[in-house]
Design a protein around this ligand. Structure first.
Ligand code: F6R
Length: 607
C-alpha cells in the first residue's frame, strides 16, 4: 500500500519523481524518501509526515541525478521514523532500494546477515533485501538482485539502483504491483500509473517473478533466466481524471462522478430488447456458470457491503443461494463448497491482500473464481478465472465511493445475466435492464440536491454518535453509510438492521444519538416506520432517506432527504449517494483530512 516511483533517463529526475510521488501519497503517507545518483554519487532525502510539510526543504537541496528512486511509506514493519523510511541501503551505501510488500522471513535473514557482519540502520523488513544484494553483488546488479530474491520469502515490488552501475535500474515484482512507463530515451517505474501518466501513457505491466533491467535507452525483462517479450500497453485515461477537477477534495469529485460511473459500468452491456446482459469477461465461463448452484461473494470494507447487496439481488432474482464473507474471515470457516460452487471477489484495487488470499485458496480448492475489479491488470483481475471490470476510473480518495457504485452496477448486471440463464422471465429481464438505464439520471438528481444535504450535515455537526438503519437491500447501505461517516469524520457511527434496534441498540438512543433511517417506499417500508417510531418514542432525532412524494414521513422524521423511485433491487444504487454526500460534508465542516484519513491507506496489501 506504499507508493513507488522511479526514473532513469537524460532529464533531471527531481521534479519528475517529486510530482509522481505526490500523486501516490494516497497509497501511504506516514513518511517518504528519495535517492538520486549523480556522477556516481548518491544523495538521500527522507522525512516523516506528508510531502507538503517538507517540500520546501527538499527543493532547497536542489537534488540532481538522471537516476532516482522515491517512496511513500505506510508503516507495516518498524515505527514511523526517518530511519525506517525508504530508500534503504547496504552497509557501504552503494545499493539503494525501495520496496512494497512484506519479507516474511526477514527476522531469520537479518540474524544471519548480522552474523556475517552486516550493519542494519532500520527496523524494516525491506533493509534485508539491500544487504542480501550487497552480499551477492559480485558482477552485475541484476544477478545480485536475482540471487537475493531467491532467499526472500514474501511479496515485493522492488526497485534497485547502485552507485557501482549508475546507468542502470533493476525492477522486480512478486504479488505487489509495478509498472514500467516507456518514454523517449527514458523509463519510469511506478506502483500505480497515476504517478507517471503526465510523462507517458505507454506502459509495461510487470508480472510476478519478472525482473527488468532498465538503462535509459534499453529494457530487458527476464523470468527464470529466460528473456520475456512484453507488450507495451496504452493507458486510456488521462491526468485530469486523476486530478481533482476543480473540487476541493477527491472524495467530492468521486461522489460527483457516481452517475457516470454507473453509466460506464453498463456501457455496451445492456440488451434492452431481449432483457439480457452481455458480459464479455464471462464468455469463457458462460457454460460453467449455467451449472452453478451456490455462490460465495467475498470482499473487504465497502466492497464487502457491495457483496451483501449482491446477495439480496442474486437470491431474489437469480435464485442462487449466496453466501457472503469478509476476505479476512472466509478461511476460518468450513464453507459448504459443492461441485458447482463459484466465488465472486469484489475489489476496487484488485490488490487487497485479504481478498487475494481467499481467491488463491478458492483456486486451490478448484472453485470457479470470478472478479469484479476496477484496476485493470491488478492481481485480482489476472488471477481470477474470469471477471468484469467496473471501469470506474482512478479512485484517489482513501474512502471508496464511486467504486462502490461501479460494484453495485456490475452486481445488478450479473444478477440479470445469471437470472436469465435460469428462471428469470424476459419481462423481468427487460424491466431490470430498462430501470438500470434510468439510474444515472436518478443519481444525478440526488447530486443536484447536494446543497440540501450539506445543510443537514451542518445542522448535525455537533453530534458525536450516529445510528444508520435499513432493512433488506438497504441494510448493507446502512453499514456503508456508517463506515463512510466514521472513517472520514472520526465520529462514532454504527450501521444496524432496523429490526435489530429493539434487541439492544435502542438502549443508546436519546436526544444526543441521531439516526439516519433509509426507508424508501419498498417492501419493508412499514417495518422501517415502526423502527423510526421506536426511536422517536425515545427522543431520538431521525434523518429519513425516503422516496420522493412521501409527505407522510415528514410528520415523524426530523429531516428528510428524498431519493427518486426505482425498482427495490436497484434502490441501493441511489440511496447510498446521500450518505456519501452526508459523510463528505459532515467531515468537511469538521475540517478533517478527507482524502487521507488518519491510520488508513487506499489499497491494503497486507493481511
Ligand atoms: C472504505 C474503503 C475500504 C475498501 C477496502 C477494500 O471506504 O475504501 O473499506 O473498500 O479496503 O478495498 P478494495 O476494494 O480495493 O479491495
Amino acid at each position: 500500500m506504499c507508493g513507488i516511483v522511479g526514473y532513469i533517463g537524460s532529464k533531471d529526475s527531481s521534479s519528475i519523481v517529486l510530482s509522481g510521488l505526490k500523486r501516490l501519497e494516497y497509497r501511504g503517507y506516514d513518511s517518504y524518501g528519495f535517492c538520486f545518483i549523480d556522477k556516481g554519487k548518491a544523495s538521500i532525502f527522507k522525512r516523516v509526515g506528508k510531502i507538503d510539510n517538507t517540500e520546501k526543504e527538499f527543493l532547497e537541496n536542489n537534488f540532481k541525478g538522471n537516476v532516482c528512486l522515491a517512496h511513500d511509506r505506510w508503516a507495516t514493519t518498524g515505527l514511523v521514523t526517518e530511519e525506517n523510511a525508504h530508500p534503504h541501503s547496504d552497509c557501504k551505501n552503494e545499493v539503494f532500494i525501495v520496496h512494497n510488500g512484506i519479507v516474511e522471513n526477514y527476522k531469520e535473514l537479518k540474524e544471519k546477515l548480522i552474523k556475517e557482519g552486516h550493519n542494519f540502520k532500520s527496523e524494516t523488513d525491506t533493509e534485508v533485501i539491500a544487504h542480501l544484494i550487497e552480499k551477492y553483488y559480485i558482477g552485475k546488479l541484476e544477478d545480485a538482485v536475482k540471487n537475493a530474491l531467491k532467499d526472500v520469502r514474501g511479496t515485493y515490488g522492488l526497485v534497485v539502483i547502485s552507485t557501482r552501475e549508475p546507468d542502470k535500474m533493476v525492477v522486480a515484482r512478486m504479488s505487489s504491483p509495478l509498472i514500467i512507463g516507456v518514454g523517449e530515451e527514458e523509463f519510469l517505474v511506478a506502483s500505480d500509473p497515476s504517478a507517471i501518466i503526465n510523462m507517458t501513457r505507454q506502459i509495461i505491466n510487470l508480472d510476478d517473478g519478472e525482473i527488468a533491467v532498465l538503462k535509459k535507452d534499453s529494457i530487458k525483462i527476464y523470468k527464470e533466466e529466460k528473456e520475456s517479450q512484453k507488450n507495451i500497453e496504452t493507458i486510456d485515461w488521462d491526468i485530469e481524471q486523476a486530478e481533482k477537477g476543480g473540487y476541493e477534495h477527491f472524495m467530492l469529485k468521486e461522489i460527483m462522478e457516481e452517475p457516470i460511473t454507473i453509466e460506464d459500468a453498463m456501457r455496451g452491456r445492456l440488451l434492452e430488447e431481449e432483457g439480457l446482459v452481455k458480459l464479455g469477461g464471462l464468455d469463457s465461463v458462460e457454460k460453467d456458470l449455467r451449472k452453478i448452484n451456490n455462490l460465495f461473494l467475498i470482499g473487504c470494507g465497502t466492497a464487502h457491503y457491495a457483496c451483501r447487496v449482491g446477495k439480496y439481488m442474486l437470491e431474489e432474482y437469480a435464485d442462487i443461494p449466496t453466501e457472503v464473507d469478509v476476505g479476512s474471515e472466509f478461511r476460518y470457516r468450513k464453507a459448504s463448497i459443492k461441485n458447482n460452487s463459484a466465488s465472486i471477489f469484489i475489489s476496487q484495487s484488485g490488490e487487497t491482500a485479504d481478498t487475494l488470499s481467499c481467491l488463491r485458496e478458492n483456486k486451490e480448492k478448484g472453485i470457479l473464481t470470478l472478479g469484479i475489479t476496477n484496476v485493470v491488470g491488478s492481481s485480482q483481475s489476472r488471477e481470477t478465472d474470469a471477471g468484469i471490470y467496473t471501469r470506474s476510473g482512478p479512485e484517489i480518495a482513501v474512502a471508496s465511493t464511486k467504486a462502490f457504485l461501479g460494484q453495485l452496477t456490475i452486481l445488478s448486471l450479473i444478477t440479470v445475466y445469471l437470472g436469465r440463464q435460469r428462471n428469470m422471465s424476459v419481462v423481468m429481464g427487460k424491466r431490470i435492464v430498462s430501470e438500470l438505464k434510468k439510474i444515472p439520471a436518478l443519481a444525478q438528481k440526488i447530486l443536484d440536491n447536494k446543497e440540501e444535504i450539506k445543510k443537514i450535515a451542518e445542522k448535525y455537526k455537533d453530534y458525536k454518535n450516529f445510528w444508520f438503519i435499513g432493512r433488506k437491500y438497504n441494510y448493507p447501505i446502512a453499514l456503508e453509510g456508517a463506515l463512510k461517516l466514521k472513517e472520514v469524520s472520526y465520529v462514532h457511527a454504527e450501521g444496524v438492521a432496523g429490526g435489530e434496534l429493539k434487541h439492544g441498540p435502542l438502549a443508546l438512543v436519546d436526544e444526543n444519538f441521531p439516526t439516519i433511517a433509509i426507508c424508501p417506499s419498498d417492501s419493508v417500508y412499514e417495518k422501517m416506520i415502526s423502527n423510526i417510531e421506536e426511536i422517536k418514542a425515545r427522543k431520538g432525532k431521525v434523518i429519513a432517506i425516503a422516496t420522493e412524494g412521501n409527505e407522510e414521513i415528514k410528520k415523524i422524521a426530523d429531516d428528510v432527504i428524498y431519493i427518486p423511485k426505482t425498482l427495490e433491487m436497484l434502490t441501493p444504487l441511489i440511496s447510498v449517494i446521500p450518505l456519501h454526500l452526508f459523510a463528505y460534508y459532515f467531515s468537511n465542516i469538521l475540517e478533517r483530512d478527507i482524502d487521507k484519513p488518519k491510520n488508513l491507506a487506499k489499497s491494503v496489501t497486507v493481511e
